[in-house]
Each structure stands twice: as structure tokens, then as C-alpha cells.
Design a protein around this ligand. Sequence first.
Ligand code: GDP
Ligand code: MG
Length: 601
Amino acid sequence: TPPDLIRNFCIIAHIDHGKSTLADRMLQLTGVVDARAMRAQYLDRMDIERERGITIKSQAVRMPWAGRDAAGTETTYALNMIDTPGHVDFTYEVSRSLAACEGAVLLVDAAQGIEAQTLANLYLAMENDLTIIPVLNKIDLPAAQPEKYADELARLIGGDPEDCLRVSGKTGEGVEALLDTIVEKLPAPTGDPAAPARAMIFDSVYDTYRGVVTYVRVIDGNLNPRERILMMSTKATHELLEIGVISPEPVPSKGLGVGEVGYLITGVKDVRQSRVGDTVTNASRPASAALGGYRDPKPMVFSGLYPIDGSDYPVLRDALDKLKLNDAALVYEPETSAALGFGFRCGFLGLLHLEIVRERLEREFNLDLISTQPNVVYDVTLDDGSQVHVTNPSEFPDGKIAEVREPVVRATILAPSEFIGAIMELCQSRRGTLRGMDYLSEDRVEMRYTLPLAEIVFDFFDQLKSRTRGYASLDYEPDGDQAADLVKVDILLQGEQVDAFSAIVHKDKAYSYGVMMAGKLKDLIPRQQFEVPIQAAIGARIIARENIRAIRKDVLAKCYGGDISRKRKLLEKQKEGKKRMKMVGRVEVPQEAFIAALSSE
Ligand code: GDP
Ligand code: MG
């Protein structure tokens, strides 16, 4: 297809504003998916995506749409719709998907208005110089207020409120007009067809049968089947086994030229060899400079993952190896915990990423896992000038510390203005600094904060939701690091440190963390034959203490010597329980106690 008949666009929206539903309608109206084959959220392929209603991996579909060219003649355009992941953890993937487009449909729920991720994605789109088409969705809802939110949108992006399109992804109303607008308003791609090829990778997924399928947008030149290609960041070359477009299933083609969006298959088995943001070029005639914007994925949140049944360790290792094929951002290394046994320290882009990986491990590989409290990464400088990069709180160095640095984020919170006080209170209690505040309309406000990432990782979003009756939305992005007054709090059982419970917390919160953990464990650990002190300590200094009193645990005494089968059952049960006991020094701790203590309430 010649570039002037191509339009590349994405849909950007806050979660639940109807992006997937609108994409479904477009697939149907353009005839790419017929009504019989249609299932809701066609593009959300992974099971977890469909169940949670979120889009994790982006996908690209080519759709034909009849329009008129500049001379007024009927022509068929090729619209490439690139679906972007909607969640904060995947900002980098979103920004690469956007860079593959000339325009963006900015979709806003006409009953909700602009939300935090609407803004975050809009700013990313503007950084990529995309043409924005503002669209109000769900106009079929009785609660829709298209006039009000058209004003809000126009104020945000400039222009006339009347230029906001009004659609319903559910009924299909206005969607044909939107497709026409995409053809009219979005610029055609431009590029040099004679130059060496440069194509940007915006997604890469592992397929059991075909190996890695890489999604690319061609900027300059041509990619052709059977030629050798070069990945510019790794310098690796591969043979192109297949190249094509998705419509909506893969269709091999004779090549991809300027402005085209499609997939390529090289037979590599690991997505790390085909990384999002990298530039693909012809091996025989390589481009001199890569396209900008490539970035190594950087894990922000770490957690220890342990199999509940220790004999599952090899299964967990294999499962992580398999998931990694499809997830360039996942990192892990073996780790041993005195309390939890053999496991892995894993790094994630954020909390949702952690949850998704954990859920996939449990579901797809049939594993039962314990995960330790998520923590961020700390850079510790000791008095002698040496530096330690801490991804596991129990490895935090003792004593002689000159400085501790922690990652911070720039957060944007949108909420009705009546909640300003409640939000400020929450952010202050989480060591936040207010950076600015703007009114989007009389009753809606945007607040910008700098916050330590560690404070967001721990139930921040839940707190924000409950303090604003669910009305606030949040988005954040990494914003460097800062020095902070942080200490390591250890938990000791009968004088033995329980590594899984060590935490790095701000000095002002150390005491309350210690009291809380000691109290939790006191309730969770059964009495032993001897007294067990539980202590919280910073270095050698004890900051909290509880006691578990001694008892003689004789379960059979309860049976009054009578019913023998009941006695046997109890003995069986006790034996069963024993298997799941972990020893911390002389103290027997049921595994359930660890799990319960590690779960956030
Ligand atoms: P996404 O998170 O942006 O992909 O949103 P979805 O497409 O998954 O939609 C979120 C919810 O809104 C679902 O329950 C949809 O059925 C509903 N929805 C989407 N579009 C419309 C619409 O135009 N009208 C109505 N009434 N509901 C819609
Ligand atoms: Mg969706």
C-alpha cells in the first residue's frame, strides 16, 4: 500500500472508558471480523487480560476503509489500529506504540470525564507529535454529559468543543463517522522508500508454535521475506522467515514498506532478542543510525517468590524461564530465605506487573506461591565510600551508612475538588511534596505530587480510592531518586532474625512497623513448649516486643479418652500440620502464619 493510503492510529483512554469495545466495533464495521466470529474484546488475547478487562500486550490490526482521495475518487485506505496497554506499569510500551502512529483517538467516557490516565497518555501522544482526535464515548448512557465534557476536553487540547466526536462503542453510533475522520484528519506516513530499512519494534510476543512474533512499524525503506535483518541495539542478525500484516489473524505478505505496520518472524525463541523500542534494519545494507527512543526495561519493584511446597522449586524455576520468553521486563535470581526456603527474588515494572506474573505462575503452572512484601531498590553509600545496590531488605548493610537513596515518582491525581483536603492529607502522610495544582473545570482538579515509590507500592491506590469514594484517578512515572532517612527494621523470633519480615522504612515509621509486625506474629504463631519473645529491632536496638506464652500442647487431652477414630483423625491432622511447619531457630512456625503476616491485612 502506498503511504498516502495508510493511516496509523491508536486509541488512548483511561481504563474502562471503552477502548476495547470501540476497537471491537471498528473491526466489525470494517468487515475484518464478522459478527459470528466476534467475541467481546477481540484484541485482548491473553486470558488474564480478558478476565481483568485490561490490555497488557499491544496488538496491531489492519482494517480496510473506503474513503475518497484528494481528487475525490473512491479509494480503499488501510487503517492500522495499534492497541496500547492502558496501565501505568507499561508506560514505556505505551510510548513505543504511540511512536508507531501518526495520530491518536483520545477517548473519554462521556459520563466520567477526563481521568489521570487520559492525561498521562495524552501527554505521551503530544510528546510523539501525534494528531489528536478527541472523542466522547458511551453517549448512549443516560448519565452521559457530552456537552460538559466536550468543554473540558476542548480546554485541555485547544480547539472547539463542537469538534469532539460523539460515539457509542456499544451501539456503534458515530463509529463510521470516526473512521472517516481518521482518514481525513490524520496525516499519511512519510519516509524515504529508497533508504536502508528502519523499522521500530513496538511489541514482541512469544508464541509456542512460531517462536517470537515481532510487531514493527516501517519508517524508511523495505523489509522483505527471506532477507537477513539486523537488530540495531544488540547487533544480532536473523533471517526473516515470514513477514506480514494482522487482519485480524496473521496474513503473510511480500514485504513491508514505508508507513506499514505488521509482524515479522525470525525463529528466535526469546523476546529479549527482539526488544520493544529497538530498530530493525537490512543486514546487507544497514541504516547508519537507529531510530531514537530505545530503553532497557528497568524493574522498579522487587519481591521474593517462594513455592509453598518446597519440592515445587524446579517447577517454579522452569515456569519463570518460560514466562521470561514473553516478558523482557521480568528479572529474577535464586534466593534462599531461612523462613521460606528456596525461591527467587524477582523484579517487576510495578505492582500490576507483579500481580500478573504471580497469577500466571499460579494459574498456568499450577503453583502455590508466597510472595514477600514488595519493595523498591535502594542505593546505599557507606562511610568508606563503597556502594550497595539493595533489592532485598535483608541485605541492607548494617551500620556506618552515609546515605540511602530511594526512587521517587511524579504522580498525577485527578479528583473532584471536594477531595483536595483528603488527598493532601494522604500524600503528606506518604512523604509527598505538592508540585502544582490546576482546575480542569470548576469542580475537578489535577494535583501533581512527587512521592517516594515505596510509599505508592504499599496500598496507596486503595487508600486514595477509599478517601475519595472511588472518584480519584492516579498515574505516575519514575522521576529519579532522593536521599531519605531510611532504616532497616528486623523481626526476631527468640532472638533469631526472620529474613522475610525485614523491611526498609522511613525512620518516623519504624516504630509503628515494628509494633504492627510483632503484634501480627503474636496472634499468628501458636504457643510452643517454651516462651517465645518476638522483637522488632533497628540494628541492635529493640523497638518493640511481644511474648508468646508457653503451653504444653496436648491435643489428645481434649478427647476424654473416648472416641478412638476421632483421636486418630486428630493425630493425622497434627502430622499434616507438621509438614507445613518451618523452623526458625527452635520455634515452629506454621507456614500459614508467614503467609498471613506477609499479606497486607
Ligand atoms: P477499556 O478498559 O477502555 O478497554 O474499556 P472496555 O471496552 O473494556 O469497556 C469498559 C466497560 O464499559 C465495559 O463494561 C463495556 O461494556 C462498557 N462500555 C464500553 N463502551 C460503552 C458504550 O459505548 N456504552 C456503554 N453503555 N457502555 C460501554
Ligand atoms: Mg481494554
